[in-house]
Design a protein around this ligand. Structure first.
Ligand SMILES: [Zn+2]
Length: 220
């Protein structure tokens, strides 16, 4: 591992030694994680089978988008709380382990439009992918899917689908290198499924269908 990659980890461990970890939700310090056991109990995990198929591609969701999951996702996306990516990745991993999928995946995620990432100062899904990669040992590929136009927030499923059309492009050179691999497309929330379906369509147009989708949460 490169030194510059090791240093942030050391720094993290060093901070953890000085400051005792506190639960991001309730603030209690009797915890080894950023989400204490009591607050974790509030997470409503979903069943361990695909909740939806889109063109035969399975879409799994770990939990209901509600209560503490909702709070953590909102902290990460709107309140600059980068550390919320850690418990969210842990939740994703604890669900993923129970799926017992035997494949070696390459992790990919829907990228943000560059202006959105610049506003936030980070790409929240990259942070989740990075933690999840540490937990699973799977590589992350951040060059395969590109976002080529911004998406306005839309609430109606029909509008979202229209709005997101043509937003992503697959880097074909990169895909050639991965043609025998299996992709694990992860995301934070699925509502109408429009984002995942649009990305799947981009891959299908290029005759690639070796994809499994996994989201942290799913709206009720
Ligand atoms: Zn707590």
């Amino acid at each position: 591992m490169e030194l510059r990659k090791i240093i942030p980890d050391l720094y993290d461990n060093f901070l953890n030694m000085i400051y005792k970890k506190k639960c991001l939700i309730c603030g209690c310090s009797k915890t080894d994680d950023l989400l204490c056991k009591t607050c974790l109990k509030d997470v409503q995990f979903l069943s361990y089978f695909a909740h939806k198929f889109y063109n035969r591609i399975p879409i799994y969701s770990a939990a209901i988008y509600d209560k503490n999951i909702k709070t953590l996702i909102q902290m990460l996306k709107f309140k600059h709380k980068k550390s919320a990516s850690k418990p969210l990745s842990d939740i994703l991993f604890s669900y993923f382990k129970k799926l017992n999928l035997k494949d070696d995946f390459i992790i990919v995620y829907p990228p943000s439009y560059f202006i959105k990432s610049a506003e936030r100062g980070y790409n929240h899904m990259f942070l989740i992918a990075k933690h999840f990669s540490k937990l699973t040992g799977f590589e992350v590929n951040k060059n395969l899917i590109k976002k080529i136009k911004p998406t306005k927030p839309q609430y109606k499923a029909k509008d979202r689908r229209k709005n997101i059309k043509g937003s992503f492009r697959i880097n074909q050179k990169e895909l050639l290198k991965l043609k025998d691999k299996k992709l694990l497309l992860i995301d934070d929330i699925t509502t109408s499924g429009a984002t995942l379906e649009e990305i799947i369509n981009c891959f299908l147009e290029l005759d690639f269908n070796n994809i499994t989708c996994l989201t942290i949460s799913k709206t009720k």
